[in-house]
Every structure is written in C-alpha cells, then in structure tokens.
Design a protein around this ligand. Structure first.
Ligand SMILES: Cc1ncc(COP(=O)(O)O)c(C=O)c1O
Length: 360
C-alpha cells in the first residue's frame, strides 16, 4: 500500500463537470449548457487576439497593469485594487488558499456555484452549505450559519444555476452582519447582464470585508481565453498577489481581454439581445407549462413537474441535437438550465420543448 496520500479533503472533491458539447451521432448540435455568449467576442477582441501572434515568444506582463487600467476605466474602479486571474475560478481559488484552511469554514448556498466547495476542500477547509429560500439567496440563513470558524462567504449575484439575485440592500445587510474574521465574496460572473448594477463596487469601497470576482467568460464571449478578475480592499488584493503565479495570464489573453473591456458598446448590445431573448424564452416555456424564476443572467432555470420529467425532456432535447445543463448536482433534479442563445437557438430549443410537452 502506498504511503503517498493527498491532504485531507482532496478526495472529497467531486470532479467538476463542464457543459457537454457533443451528442453521439448528431451534427448541427446546439450547445446551451455553458452560458456562453452566442454572439461571441467583439471584433476588437478578435483583432487583438490576432495581433498577439507576433508576441508569442515574449513573456507576458506580470502586473497586468494595462488590463487593470482598462477594467478600472470601464467600471470606475481603482486599478490598484484589481487582480486578474485565469478565469474568476482562479480568483476564487486564491481567496480560499489565502483565507481558509483546516478548521475553517467556507459558506456557500445549496444551489451555489460548484467551485466554492471545490476550492474550499482543496485548501483543507470545511464547506458549509446553506439553503436558499425558493431558490433565492437567504441572508438570514447565511448569517445564522456563521460562527467563529467562518472565514469566507460566497454568493453569486446573479446566481448560477438559479439565475436569481438579491438587491444591494440585502447584500449590505449580509456584509454588515458577518463575524469580524469573515470575508464576503460577491461573485459577479453575470453582473454585466444586469443593467445599472455595480456588482457591489460601492459597497466594497466602503468596507474592508467584501470582495468581488468577475469574468471575461460570459458577456465578453471569451470563455476560451480564461480571464477573470477580482476587486477588493487593498490589503486583500495585496494578499492575493503574493500567491498569484507571476505569469498566470498569457500575452494573448491579456491583450484580448483588454480590447474586450474597452469595447463597452459590444457589451451593451449583448446585454440588450440577451434580455430580449431571455424574456421571450421564459415566457414561451411558461406558456407550455414549464415555469422559471425571474432570471437576471444569460440563462433560465426551467422547472419541470419532477426529476423524471426533467430527465425525459433532457433526453428528448439530446435526440434533437440540443444540449442543456442538467442540474441535479446542484440539488435541482427537477430543473434544466438553458443558456439564452441567439434568436434561432431560442426558437429551436423552445420548439423542441414544445414537442416534448405535446403543445407544438
Ligand atoms: C457563478 C460563476 N462564477 C464563476 C464562474 C467561473 O468563470 P470563469 O472561471 O470562466 O471566469 C462561473 C462559470 O460558469 C460561474 O457561473
């Protein structure tokens, strides 16, 4: 028997399952399982990526100054308090690495994003699951779960996979009520989809116990580039920079993300299109007897009568070459998460669900 064993907690990690992208025997597959932007990246971002080919032999910048400056300008944030990571996943991971370890607790919600639990376990900390109320983050339940071992509290706002969100007054109440050693992490992966939402930036500027994580993978259409960022109090960003790999982001990733964030006209266009087709999809499915909560991101969580109906619908969709996301792993076995695609994709998935429900 080998004596080489991983640290405790590691073998409790269930492998993260990404959204599938092919169905055996099917061509013209429609992937609506990973909340990708159906319009893709902006032309400016694509051009920046092409230009990066000339610099493949160069090491990238270690301080990401140019990208941080661009993010700061786009969002009115202090560039010195921004950190960039390999997707927001890396920022989440660095937060756990820096602030949690054995004997510490990391709170996430039952239907919260899977990486919070994975990153907590990877550092040896104990993930603590707190229920939502009707699939909406429950501030009182989170506050009741806090104790002197709580080091991190993760909420995504809007949340994945529920698509719901809470107001900033509720977020503030959560931040104010946390024990003094606990840090609130506001995951804003889908924040750009919400018109006029600052993702908690003003609250972060006022307090020392709140940080946000953000991503280029969703509205910017750069999931393949792997760029995310975090914003928080100076002391926290300084801490994270000490454990960040100096060359974590490639030259191409930095240049592409910078061009993307400078092109806010593209972001506005994607937000408008998404809102239009999200409302259409939610309304059309509701008329077929498939309701969903008010959605704030680029997907809807379609609810079925029970797990077997959701599974049967998923099988029917696959038969039609359409991949949506099963969310039983998020304790929502009666639901399917459907990314809002472009017009043709929304019509195609709605038509197939209509066939399944016998109304088309
Ligand atoms: C809520 C939430 N947070 C974070 C991420 C991670 O995004 P990335 O690592 O691509 O930035 C995702 C991706 O699906 C997400 O849904």
């Amino acid at each position: 028997m080998t004596k080489i064993t991983p640290k405790s907690g590691i073998m409790d990690i269930a492998l993260y399952e990404g959204g599938a992208s092919h169905v055996d025997g099917k061509t013209n597959v429609l992937k609506l399982s990973s909340n990708e932007n159906p319009l893709g990246a902006s032309d400016a971002a694509r051009e920046a990526f092409s230009r990066a080919v000339h610099d493949l032999h160069r090491y990238p910048s270690t301080d990401h100054a140019s990208l941080r400056q661009a993010i700061g300008e786009a969002w009115g944030l202090d560039a010195d308090r921004i950190i960039c990571g390999v997707g927001s996943d890396e920022v989440i991971h660095m937060l756990c690495q820096a602030y949690a370890g054995p004997k510490d607790e990391v709170i996430h919600t039952t239907h919260g994003f899977a990486m919070y639990r994975i990153s907590a376990l990877a550092t040896g900390a104990k993930p603590v699951e707190v229920s939502e109320r009707d699939r909406i983050t429950d501030v009182d339940a989170i506050l009741s779960a806090c104790n002197r071992r709580t080091r991190l509290v993760f909420i995504a706002n809007p949340n994945n996979p529920t698509g719901t969100m809470i107001g900033l007054s509720e977020v503030r109440r959560l931040a104010e009520g946390l024990p003094q050693q606990a840090l609130l992490v506001l995951d804003g992966a889908y924040a750009e989809y919400v018109e006029g939402y600052d993702a908690g930036a003003a609250l972060i500027d006022e307090r020392d116990n709140v940080v946000m994580t953000r991503t280029f993978s969703k509205i910017y259409g750069l999931g393949g580039m792997r760029v995310g960022w975090g914003y928080g109090p100076r002391a926290i960003i300084d801490t994270l920079n000490r454990i960040r790999g100096p060359f974590n982001l490639s030259t191409a990733a930095l240049a592409t993300a910078e061009a993307a964030v400078r092109d806010q006209a593209w972001v506005r266009r994607c937000r408008t299109e998404n809102a239009k087709w999200r409302e259409w999809l939610a309304r059309t499915l509701a008329e077929m007897g498939v309701p969903s909560d008010v959605a704030s991101a680029n997907f809807i969580l379609a609810r079925f009568a029970d797990a077997s109906e959701a599974d049967a619908c998923d099988a029917h969709l696959r038969g039609e070459g359409i991949i949506v996301r099963r969310v039983a792993g998020y304790k929502l076995p009666h639901c399917l998460r459907i990314t809002v695609g472009d017009e043709a994709s929304c019509r195609r998935v709605a038509h197939a669900i209509g066939q399944f429900k016998g109304v088309r």
